[in-house]
Design a protein around this ligand. Sequence first.
Ligand code: XMP
Length: 554
Amino acid sequence: MVVQEPAPSHRVATSDDLEISTYLEIAKEKEGQGSERGEEAARVSEGVVIVDFGSQYSHLIARRVRELEVYSEVASPDSTWDEVKSINPKGVILSGGPASVYDEGAPMVPGWVYEAGIPALGICYGMQALAHQLGGKVTPGLKREYGHAVLHQGIGASPLFEGMDGSMPVWMSHGDRIQSLPPGFEALAYTDNSPIAAMRGGEMYGIQFHPEVAHTPQGRSILENFLYRVCGCRGGWTPDSFVRSAIQRIRGQVGNGRVICALSGGVDSAVTATLLHKAVGSQLTCIFVNNGLLRREEAERVQRTFQRNMNMDLLYVDASQRFLGRLKGVTDPEEKRKVIGEEFIRVFEDAAEELSEAEYLAQGTLYPDVIESAGSGNMSAAKIKTHHNVGGLPKEMNLKLVEPLRFLFKDEIRGVGEVLGLPEEIVQRQPFPGPGLAIRVLGEVTEEKLEVLRACDWIVIDEIKAANLYRELWQTFAVLTDARSVGVMGDFRTYGNVVAIRAVSSDDAMTADWARLPYEALARISRRIVNEVPQVNRVVYDITSKPPGTIEWE
Ligand code: XMP
């Protein structure tokens, strides 16, 4: 399947048809062996499987492949062909990982990789596992190689490095290295520390460095070469193509059935609902619960966007008083979450009773949730996370799940939202926690405190947007602390609330860095809050990163 033709173009077939059809025959033959995920079969016309050996970069590899317009999924080393075949794998990438091939129980390359006869690219540990299993020798390196290195290509061209000069900077992070090649393999490149930093045997490749990280500037081209020149991918997996196939799949799954969808106003549920609406129109009813813990104008915006502009059937439930009543006297953060979570389920069940003929429940579960709940990403074991948050839906409702975003990453969902024509304020909305403002009012939650916080939060978002910072920050918000402080206004002494501003940058909320906001933006926020919100006389800025802090204060 090696193609050594002009530079790959994602939309043009670059593959050798004869070999592709041979491959498809193998794939088809294997497909006949039955699948537990039958409904997923033919979900995509081609894909690449990322076997996750536990590297912190495995998801990043999947993302990079998708950015190159080829669909990818993460699978565990224990996966079987039956579990991966539904994406019609054109190739497999074996990730790095913390193990040494000589460790007891070290994960190995799954058997189907060799049996399916599809091209493979082993990265770091993935390369060592390939070499070890195929009869090469892996030994502890003389010293750990971590950080920048210069890769020198040997003589002889290889499709993997096509279009690249003899030497290039790469990013290394390994202890072991390949001492001798497996039979039938040749060395393609070396670094000062790794005599065999890249290898090839037929359509099996290994590279000791990490092409998926930004520190390997040509990494994207290497992955692109693997996908298009080695695997013969055709590409074209884009948000646009996703929308078209998702609509078909939803129609296939739901038929004439009625669907309900809990709409929160966040990007995941908004995109889910919009896809469903495009697919099955009036068979969909969305339920939007106002829990009284939303930000200013949030409930109105959701109604305006979905009910008025998009003409969706939206059941608006104002349950503010129910939630606030249940939160009376509750000060412990976890207790707040529990109360809100339970109440949400009750309210949702009551609302859904009115829609008793519904058969399906649409949910905005994302791929990271699926991978997380399945341990190292075993696709077969994939099951939905019991949401730790509010929005966890009733389990005993006996509805069949529709989860059109289950294989997408967050930024891909934003892309899909754009294709669907959702307004920017929804598509680019920063994450907002299910328990809402309740975990940003420290201590007991009351209507009065919520109103103070809403006024401050409005100013923060307004100023952050005016300074053009909203999109680059993960979250920006105000916290109403339970501290009071002395101040002076005119000739009067004041004793008012202290409000904290939180602004963080992050990729996934697992870690976060406090944002170095321009002083001018902070000054404007502070000035406006103390002038426009009479209950507040002091504004502080939270300069704690996560860890050790969390993003939310409660
Ligand atoms: P922390 O505060 O744990 O937050 O650093 C990480 C991310 O999760 C959000 N968050 C929640 N989301 N229910 C949610 O739906 C919750 O109970 C909850 N607690 C925190 C938080 O806003 C951040 O994006």
